[in-house]
Design a protein around this ligand. Structure first.
Ligand code: MG
Length: 119
């Protein structure tokens, strides 16, 4: 199962990738912003997307909206420092499947992934 990690921070992408590896997911594509994320997504074969909110070029909300126009079903987890309730609601409105506030543990990541993959 191939995942796509979209975050402008190389360090954060590494943290997410390491966490994914710990819980058994090692097939991971990466992108540094929404534009690159869409390019990766359009190559196909992605089963789940983990995306940051704040990014240059194209932010996570725009990215989620564009992915949802193409695919209403793919699980999308937003991982962000934006913890305000209005932000969480806005993200769900844009179509995220679930929401994770940084910093997070591999356990929380696993729980959220298991949940969204269950549908
Ligand atoms: Mg960011």
């Amino acid at each position: 199962m191939k995942f796509l990690v979209v975050d402008d921070s190389l360090t954060m992408r590494r943290i997410i990738k390491n966490s994914l590896a710990k819980i058994g997911y090692t097939d991971v594509a990466e992108a540094g912003n929404g534009v690159e994320g869409l390019e990766e997504f359009e190559k196909g074969g992605i089963s789940l997307i983990l995306t940051d909110w704040n990014m240059p070029e194209m932010d996570g909300m725009t990215f989620v909206t564009k992915v949802r126009e193409k695919d209403p079903n793919i699980p999308i987890l937003m991982i962000t420092t934006n913890a305000a309730k209005e932000d969480v609601l806005e993200a769900f409105k844009a179509g995220v499947s679930d929401y994770i506030v940084k910093p997070f543990t591999p356990e929380v990541l696993k729980e959220k992934i298991d949940n969204v993959l269950k549908g």
